[in-house]
Design a protein around this ligand. Structure first.
Ligand SMILES: [Zn+2]
Ligand SMILES: [Zn+2]
Length: 145
C-alpha cells in the first residue's frame, strides 16, 4: 500500500500530527455529540491504525467519557485553543479516530458513510452515492484489518 502523508493540527498550531497510512474508514457523523464537539453540523471522522498516527508537535490533553456503547472513549484536545483532534476507544486500542476537519486538507478524506443521518440538520444535503445509515452502525463491520 502506498503511504500517503497527511498532516494536521489544532487551530493555534501548538499540536501537530501526521497520518502515515491510508485511512481504514472515513465517515461523516451527524450525531448530537459531534454537533456539540464541533459547534457545527457534523463531524468528519477518519479511523486509522494506531501506529499510523504520529504526534509531531505538542502534547494534547485527554478527557475520558462513556459512549452510548458503554465503552470508555478518550478524547484528545489542545489545551491552548480547545480544538478536539482525535480519540481512542478502550475497546479498540489498535485504532485512532482522527477528527478529519483538523487535517490541513480535509478534502483528501474519501467519505464512505453518513452515520446518524436521521439527526442531520434539515439543510444538510448528502451525496446519494454515499451510504446513509440512520443511527450508529457497527463500524468494525466496515473495517478490514
Ligand atoms: Zn491549539
Ligand atoms: Zn458523532
Amino acid at each position: 500500500m502506498a503511504e500517503l502523508s497527511r498532516d494536521g493540527g489544532c487551530a493555534c498550531g501548538e499540536i501537530r500530527y501526521n497520518v502515515t497510512q491510508e485511512p481504514l474508514l472515513s465517515y461523516c457523523c451527524h450525531c448530537t455529540e459531534c454537533q456539540r464537539r464541533t459547534g457545527s453540523a457534523f463531524g468528519i471522522s477518519m479511523q486509522v491504525r494506531a501506529e499510523a498516527f504520529e504526534l509531531v508537535k505538542g502534547s494534547p490533553k485527554a478527557r475520558t467519557r462513556i459512549a452510548d456503547s458503554g465503552n470508555a472513549i478518550t478524547v484528545n484536545f489542545c489545551d491552548m485553543c480547545g480544538t478536539v483532534l482525535y480519540s481512542a476507544s478502550v475497546a479498540r486500542p489498535h485504532l485512532r479516530v482522527v477528527y478529519a476537519g483538523t487535517l490541513d486538507d480535509p478534502g483528501v478524506v474519501p467519505i464512505q458513510l453518513n452515520i446518524w443521518a436521521d439527526r442531520a440538520l434539515p439543510w444538510v444535503h448528502m451525496d446519494p452515492e454515499i451510504e446513509r445509515i440512520p443511527g450508529q452502525p457497527n463500524l468494525a463491520d466496515y473495517i478490514k484489518l
